[in-house]
Design a protein around this ligand. Structure first.
Ligand SMILES: [Zn+2]
Ligand SMILES: [Zn+2]
Length: 832
């Protein structure tokens, strides 16, 4: 079966429409045929192209997340992209010129680590240019795979807007944003301790540190001389060589005589002061704590506050740097064992006890992070806390609780954002330094992109000392430096000022809850610093997808589901229904096969309804037309208007589960169970022509509206049915048709009430037949309907639909003997 079959060649399909009948939709809905067919149909029409030239339509811009090209488009990604696509398609139908780009965040550790693993090399084994080439190739391969998955999901992005952060056209803008921020004083270089991954040999930001709990050992060690000793507890005896002080709480009477004096570090032998600081926890260990440069953030604070010296004991590749031959060159773990051994030999270990530790690890390789000081580039984000908080407060957050995550994060940060990385595959830092006087030379804005690892400096000589001994920066930027200008880059910054006005800030910032504190945060600080406003208006935050057993989805748990597997089995429209219906926006949702299967069942139901309705191709005088609609017609059309209002509100509020449930409920129950059953007799050849035209009109109208309301969530099947309903096929797509507006003339409350009552009476009579073991088709003698006086007339006027639907010979309508006010007092009896 050809997957490229198009509507032009649909009769070639094996699953042919019934010949010699009114049906032209194939008998079975087969997503593996229909979905690629309509995707091709959209591609050929370039349907999702952003009109950048002369659109009079208002724009709706989306700052689509650029994923890491990992090759995997997992269910979590697919949930995120489903949400984005629901909004994009909805806004497009609402008449917006939708800007829906797709990019790739190529740089950074994930790709480098993968390159190292794939080719069994370390980053420094090859010249940088060759290592970069390997990373580029890997990225391209993975991008292709993910792109296919995004397309297969039916995502309506505009591929003409595709970008890759590893391309010079893009990273040139990353560099430009740095130069702009350098000039305005937001960027500075300095030697400050930062989080460091010894495995990846690079600085990492606070957002890249993952805290884990683990079991460790607390060593109680004896400092000082035998006659004047001090007991200290620590989990990291390997840092003794970098110990620069002992700190105690100023009110801890155990140590009040010690403060201001000194003691001796065991094994290493340096003399260090005992200091007092309010932030010492007197209840931990012995209440006296070693200050090492640097064991943790507290050490960094104390070192600065008390003007202590810095001893760099741990190297960038996680080894011990000391003149002591017993420890020199050992790895951190080995050093710990060795130091403990030496302490024991010297009788300096008093006891050991197990302790729960909370340690920071590298987000990428799980190695425990160290704190290492060396020159780095920073952005002054610490001073922006109030500005970020105030700005976040003014934005629309869906769900609202996600705002707190960003505000809590910004307020918890201790350090400025370290933007330099000691890696290779990244945007080069466009800076040179004078080797003689350390002056900084930043690239000229007009000479970007620039790679100081090979390009000459902007001037031949140092402007400060005249030396021509200049060297380029060999570091690269944190990959969030690339992706945190995405909204501005989409909007044509800096060259297209007219477009920028239209597209910036983005209308929608859609991403997972897991990157609120990174992507959303970095976008916000960069945009506030460069453009003095937030880069987005509404944040649509999706929860994480859990495995089939409710735990986090992980390959090792056996609860992992591939997006491609679901689409292959059930189709993209079924998967997208799961995405919409799985849970409230912003909350974690488990992947459930039965929900996706339920989606597929609904598509089959809709397909069958559509096949039934579209077989009517009557034209001319007998074409479907509404004249003097009956009670039940008015009820259906009135319910349809209510549905439009419900679904529109749901999409406006990003409540996709409400939207899909409302459409499915209407289709399955109001249209198929209630209306269709009650008008079947009107579709017979011998029926009254007006009744028939009205019924056929109502059916077609409902089907059309259902398709439109469903189009953002199930784009493929709705297009297939919509095309079937058009007199001239393929002229336009449902996705460029307008969004339905409710017709107020059908929203008469009294008539809706009466219609509901009539439908309820018919449904009750049918249920009673089935309870009595009668088939729906078997005739009965009588139906007795009892109701309040005000409804008697309506039931009498609707004798025909009641009798013909229930197959009863006669109808008796009686007044309910007594019924509470406000209730319908409806009872229905049947006499077989
Ligand atoms: Zn690492
Ligand atoms: Zn100089």
């Amino acid at each position: 079966m050809s997957h490229s079959s198009t509507p032009d060649s649909k009769s070639n399909s094996q699953n042919q429409a019934d010949s010699n009948s009114g049906f032209s939709l194939p008998k079975i809905y087969d997503p593996s045929v229909e979905e690629p067919r309509w995707q091709d149909f959209w591609r050929r029409r370039d349907l999702y192209k952003f009109d950048s030239v002369d659109s009079s339509k208002p724009t709706y811009s989306i700052d689509t997340p650029p994923p890491y090209p990992s090759g995997d488009f997992h269910v979590g990604n697919a949930l995120n992209w489903s949400y984005i696509d629901f909004v994009a398609r909805y806004q497009r139908m609402k008449g917006y010129n939708v800007h829906f780009p797709q990019g790739w965040d190529c740089h950074g550790l994930p790709t480098e680590v993968r390159a190292e693993q794939t080719f069994k090399i370390r980053k420094n084994d090859l010249p940088p240019s060759q290592f970069i080439e390997i990373c580029r190739k890997l990225s391209e391969e993975y991008i292709q795979r993910m792109k296919e998955a995004i397309m297969r999901l039916g995502t309506s992005c505009d591929w003409k807007l595709e970008y890759r952060t590893m391309d010079p056209e893009y990273y040139k803008l990353t560099q430009l944003s740095f130069v702009v921020l350098y000039k305005s004083g937001y960027m500075y270089r300095g030697e400050h301790p930062v989080n460091w991954c010894p495995r990846d040999e690079t600085a990492i930001a606070e957002a890249e540190v993952v805290h884990i709990e683990r079991q460790g050992l607390l060593y109680y060690m004896k400092f000082g001389n035998d006659d004047n000793s001090l007991e200290i507890a620590s989990t990291r005896p390997e840092l003794l060589g970098a110990c620069v002080a002992i700190a105690v709480h100023p009110e801890d009477t155990r140590y009040s005589k010690r403060v201001g004096r000194s003691t001796i570090v065991p094994v290493f032998g340096q003399k260090i002061p005992v200091i007092a600081d309010e932030e010492v926890d007197p209840t931990f260990g012995t209440g006296a704590v070693m200050v090492c440069t640097f064991g943790d953030k507290m050490d960094v604070k104390w070192q600065k506050k008390h003007g202590l010296p810095v001893i760099k004991e741990i190297t960038e590749n996680g080894r011990i740097d000391t003149s002591d031959p017993r420890f020199k060159g050992l790895k951190i773990e080995e050093a710990r064992r060795k130091v403990v051994e030496e302490l024991k030999k010297a009788g300096r270990i008093l006891r050991e006890e197990p302790v729960k530790q909370n340690i920071g690890t590298c987000w990428r390789c799980n190695t425990p992070v160290e704190i290492i000081s060396r020159p780095q580039w920073f952005m002054k984000t610490k001073q922006m806390t109030d500005e970020v908080t105030a700005s976040a407060d003014q934005l629309r957050w869906v769900p609202p609780f996600s705002k707190k995550r960003l505000i809590d994060w910004t307020q918890s940060l201790d350090w400025d954002w370290v933007v330099s990385r000691q890696r290779i595959f990244g945007t080069p830092i466009p800076v040179w330094y004078c080797k003689k006087c350390d002056e900084t030379l930043v690239a000229d804005e007009n000479h970007l992109p620039s790679d100081p690892r090979r390009d000459p400096p902007p001037r031949e000589k140092c402007p400060k000392c005249g030396s021509s001994d200049l060297k380029g920066d060999t570091d690269v930027f944190d990959t969030w430096m690339d992706s945190s200008i995405s909204a501005a880059v989409h909007a044509g910054w800096p060259s297209d000022k007219a477009l920028f006005v239209k597209l910036f800030p983005a209308d929608l910032q859609p991403n997972g809850l897991d990157i609120v504190r990174t992507w959303d945060y970095y976008l916000l600080v960069r945009s506030l610093a460069i453009f003095h406003k937030a880069p987005y208006k509404t944040l649509l935050i999706n929860g994480m997808v859990r495995g089939t057993d409710g735990r986090m989805m992980h390959k090792s748990y056996g609860n992992f589901v591939e997006t491609g597997e679901v689409i292959k089995k059930l189709g993209a429209d079924a998967f997208r229904q799961w995405a919409a219906s799985g849970g409230a926006t912003g909350y974690d949702i488990p992947f459930r096969w039965n929900e996706a299967e339920h989606g597929k069942k609904f598509l089959t139901k809709l397909w069958n309804i559509a096949r039934f309705i579209t077989q009517d191709s009557t034209t001319g005088a007998n074409a479907p037309k509404l004249t003097q609609p009956s009670t039940i017609d008015r009820w259906l059309l009135g319910s349809l208007q209510e549905l439009i209002t419900t679904v529109t509100n749901a999409f406006d509020n990003f409540q996709f589960n409400t939207a899909i449930e409302a459409v499915r409920d209407f289709t399955w129950h109001s249209l198929a169970d209630d209306y269709l059953e009650a008008v079947k007799y009107r579709l017979q050849p011998d029926s009254n022509p007006t009744d028939s035209r009205n019924a056929r009109f109502c059916l077609k109208q409902s089907l059309l509206v259902i398709c439109k309301l469903l189009a953002p969530i199930c784009p493929h099947i709705t297009e297939a049915i919509y095309q079937e309903m058009q007199e001239v096929r393929e002229r336009r797509s449902i996705h460029s048709d307008g969004w339905p507006e409710p017709d107020k003339s059908f929203q008469d409350n009294v008539q809706m009430q009466e219609g509901k009552l009539l439908v309820e009476a018919i449904a009750t009579a049918r249920r009673k037949k089935s309870e009595k073991g009668l088939s729906l088709k078997s005739p009965i003698r009588k139906v007795i309907i009892k109701t309040q006086p005000s409804h008697l007339g309506m039931f009498e006027a609707n004798q025909e639909p009641i009798l013909r639907t229930i197959k009863a010979e006669s109808l008796a309508v009686e007044e309910t003997p007594s019924s509470e006010e406000g209730t319908t007092g409806l009872t229905v009896e049947i006499v077989p």
